[in-house]
Design a protein around this ligand. Structure first.
Ligand SMILES: CCCCCCC/C=C/C(=O)SCCNC(=O)CCNC(=O)[C@H](O)C(C)(C)COP(=O)(O)OP(=O)(O)OC[C@H]1O[C@@H](n2cnc3c(N)ncnc32)[C@H](O)[C@@H]1OP(=O)(O)O
Ligand SMILES: Cc1cc2nc3c(=O)[nH]c(=O)nc-3n(C[C@H](O)[C@H](O)[C@H](O)COP(=O)(O)OP(=O)(O)OC[C@H]3O[C@@H](n4cnc5c(N)ncnc54)[C@H](O)[C@@H]3O)c2cc1C
Length: 664
């Protein structure tokens, strides 16, 4: 009797039948675009040099066999995932000449995405936080030593701050660093179980050093949390006496990263191992405070800025996948056929599908594009602090980075989930890349400052501004100038085709201002009968709403401003519609705030809704080209559904074939 053909034979039979050039639907979509793709890509990446560099880095990675994956990473267990990521890491850092390593915002993350994928790995914290901590917190005269050691990987570090008992509330961290003036050492100690460090990435197996946040005690006095450079493992990589360290086990995502725990037992380090750029402990134990109490948290501010761009790119990639898939996927269930008898339609033609996809695509542009200016803001602030001990801009930078981090990580995570749903069943498969993207994105809602906690930091800043404005003597940061503008009674928004950018900005600013002052008034009223902290807690939901709205207003203004800089008229027209869609979608979602007190009339609200529908229709023919404007290669995308050529089904068969369950 003839043997049944194996699953593998079947797969190949279908694969050969189906695969033949690019999917015709996706080709047609590209041909119908209203703008020149290259011009748009140059706008998205700000110049052709950046675009060119993306291509060069891609070619470099593709031409190096050590970056290949013999087995698809989705089919690996955790040990194998860690092995793979570590092998890739080594290849990655052995070839750092391929990129400008100081370009934290573009080249470095792209290189990592191309080589490893969207998994944190054993060196994520080394590059993501340990090196930045050395850069931000080491005195200029000493920086070369540790920085060179870390840069050359003679030491591999992590950032060990969070403890079992405390993460957000840094002032209550329990690990102690007690100065012993007789030996000129700090004694690092974990006094309680809840003081054990928990979470630091790369700590479980990989790092031999850590920047440790601990409560400083000197001359018998507590001086609050400070950072220390601590060696954890010896040259044979065994934990040093007084150090207990290990992995915390599997997590929702990021499983190629060995997040770890760390317990100290009266572990001694030299005095010079305290990061002393801003605050110092002299040899006799005298404490010199920093010029600003929160300068010690500077590395976190920098990483929050890095995360904004990194996370937004994930949303961009998710939109690319869902849009391309929607162009090649057809549906003809009876109720889905648009014109009876005309056969199947691309799911991209369903208005509900466009409503799922295009606002997310719009959302992915503003935050990624403004990143570069925030990068220069951060450089400017750092320079001010270093040169003149000028701390004036620090609260503004803290509020901006905290707010953007909170709003963007949340929107990215929600957006990825929406885009996953838009791909039906295939979106649920890991082949789509959505599950990995989502797991990565939701991690960002928690780490580097839990999002609600970050929003409340923005709210502190806004309440301070509101108080100053009410006192009639405001000294306003640039991002808050609109808060002092006079009240606006009616909204100016109208049809999307006729309303100007100024009208949109006017309405966003007016609504945010109202929200801020209504919250301020409620808070001050509560403070008359409650303790300040109780009043703050009672008001905190409104405080978060005001903070979110402030950040969204900032993003709308920046998106519109950025579009105005687009020199190519065809690209500008499409981007402008996308920016308006972004703004109108926010108004529609936040209708309650906009309609409060009759600010936005019902007629105007209807115009906003109608405008959204019309803009969806207007953008629809350009949607695949807009997805292409992200210039994301298949290697970077790592999604069977989002392949550039649109040949999704044979690729899905090929992917499934690699499942170990199909091997015997
Ligand atoms: C792409 C790279 C990937 C890398 C992977 C990253 C992996 C993850 C790593 C980590 O998660 S590391 C651990 C991160 N942990 C946190 O982010 C903890 C979050 N908590 C805090 O940041 C702070 O504790 C707090 C929430 C900001 C509050 O601090 P504190 O309790 O000390 O202050 P408050 O009483 O609330 O405020 C006092 C005052 O200080 C201002 N302020 C606080 N922080 C800063 C800052 N960084 N810079 C400037 N100013 C700051 C705050 O606004 C208050 O000002 P006023 O209102 O009094 O004027
Ligand atoms: C993937 C991942 C990687 C990480 N990597 C690192 C690392 O490398 N190094 C490191 O040190 N840490 C790391 N962390 C830890 C991370 O920084 C903390 O989890 C984060 O700061 C939140 O702290 P927490 O877990 O203590 O949450 P909590 O602060 O306990 O928050 C729990 C809840 O309480 C609420 N809450 C807390 N405080 C307030 C408040 N004041 N007002 C209102 N609500 C409040 C929060 O909003 C949240 O809903 C990582 C975490 C994750 C998930």
């Amino acid at each position: 009797m003839e043997r049944d053909s194996s699953p593998s034979d079947q797969f190949h039979r279908y694969k050969n039948l189906i695969q033949n050039g690019d999917n015709p639907d996706i080709t047609k979509e590209r041909q119908g675009a209203s703008f020149n793709l290259y011009n748009m890509q140059c706008f998205v990446y700000e110049n052709d040099h950046k675009l060119q560099r993306r291509q060069e880095i891609l070619e470099f990675v593709e031409s190096h066999r050590e970056f290949d994956d013999p087995v698809h990473p989705h089919f690996l267990n955790r040990d194998e995932q860690i092995d793979r990521a570590t092998r890739k890491c080594l290849a990655m850092v052995d070839n750092l000449d391929a990129i400008d390593v100081t370009d934290y915002f573009d080249e470095a993350p792209l290189y990592q995405l191309l080589t490893i994928g969207r998994e944190l790995h054993c060196l994520s914290l080394h590059y993501g936080m340990f090196l930045p901590t050395i850069q931000v917190h080491t005195e200029k005269s000493l920086i070369l030593g540790p920085f060179q050691m870390a840069a050359s990987k003679a030491i591999l570090g992590t950032f060990a701050q969070t403890e079992l008992g405390h993460g957000s509330n840094l002032s209550k961290l329990e690990t102690t660093a007690t100065y012993d003036a007789t030996t000129k050492e700090f004694v690092i100690h974990t006094p309680t179980m809840s003081a054990g460090k928990w979470w630091p990435g790369g700590l479980g197996k990989s790092a031999n050093y850590a920047a440790v946040m601990a409560q400083l005690y000197t001359s018998g006095e507590s001086k609050g949390p400070h950072l220390f450079m601590v060696q954890l493992r010896d040259n044979a990589h065994a934990p040093l006496p007084g150090v207990t360290v290990g992995d915390i086990g599997p997590k929702l995502g990021n499983n190629a990263n060995d997040n770890g725990f760390l317990i100290f037992d009266h572990y001694r380090i030299p005095r010079r191992n305290m990061f002393m750029k801003y605050s110092k402990v002299e040899a006799d134990g005298t404490y010199i405070p920093p010029p600003h109490a929160k300068l010690g948290f500077g590395a976190m501010v920098l990483v929050r800025l890095l995360m904004i761009r990194d996370q937004t790119c994930q949303l961009g990639a998710a939109a690319v996948i869902a849009i391309r898939y929607s162009a090649v996927r057809h549906s003809a269930v009876r109720q889905g056929e648009i014109n009876e008898g005309e056969g199947e339609v691309q799911i991209l033609d369903y208005r509900t599908q466009q409503y799922r996809l295009l606002p997310q695509l719009a959302r992915s542009f503003p935050s990624s594009q403004r990143m570069r200016s925030r990068n220069s803001t951060s450089k400017y602030v750092t320079k001010q602090i270093n040169n003149n001990a000028n701390m004036e801009l620090l609260p503004e930078l803290h509020a901006l980075s905290s707010g953007l981090k909170a709003v963007i990580t949340w929107e990215v995570a929600q957006g990825i989930e929406q885009l996953r749903l838009s791909c039906g069943g295939h979106g649920y498969s890991r082949a789509s890349a959505f599950p990995d993207m989502y797991a990565y994105a939701v991690g960002g809602c928690t780490y580097e400052g839990e999002n609600i906690v970050m929003l409340l930091q923005v709210a502190r800043f806004l309440m301070m501004i509101a108080k100053e404005v009410r006192s009639g003597n405001p000294k306003l940061a640039e991002i808050a100038e609109y808060i002092a503008k006079p009240d606006a009674v009616t909204a100016r928004i109208s049809s999307w085709k006729t309303c100007s950018d100024e009208d949109i900005i006017h309405d966003f600013e007016a609504v945010t201002r109202k929200l801020i002052f209504a919250t301020f008034d409620r808070l001050t009223t509560l403070e008359r009968t409650m303790k300040k902290k109780e009043a703050w807690n009672a008001c905190s939901i409104d405080l978060c709403k005001a903070a979110r709205m402030h950040v969204k207003t900032y993003l709308v203004k920046n998106f519109l401003a950025r579009v105005r800089t687009c020199e190519d008229p065809a690209s500008r027209t499409v981007m402008h519609t996308l920016a308006k869609l972004y703004a109108f979608d926010l108004i529609s979602g936040g209708g309650g705030h906009f309609m409060k007190g009759g600010f936005l009339s019902e007629k105007q609200f209807n115009e906003v809704q109608l405008g959204i529908y019309e803009m969806l229709a207007a953008i629809r023919p350009d949607s695949v080209a807009l997805a292409d404007s992200w210039a994301i290669s298949d290697l970077e995308l790592r999604s069977v559904l989002g392949r550039r050529d649109g040949n999704v089904y044979p690729a899905l068969l090929e992917w499934a074939q690699q499942s170990p369950l199909n091997q015997n």
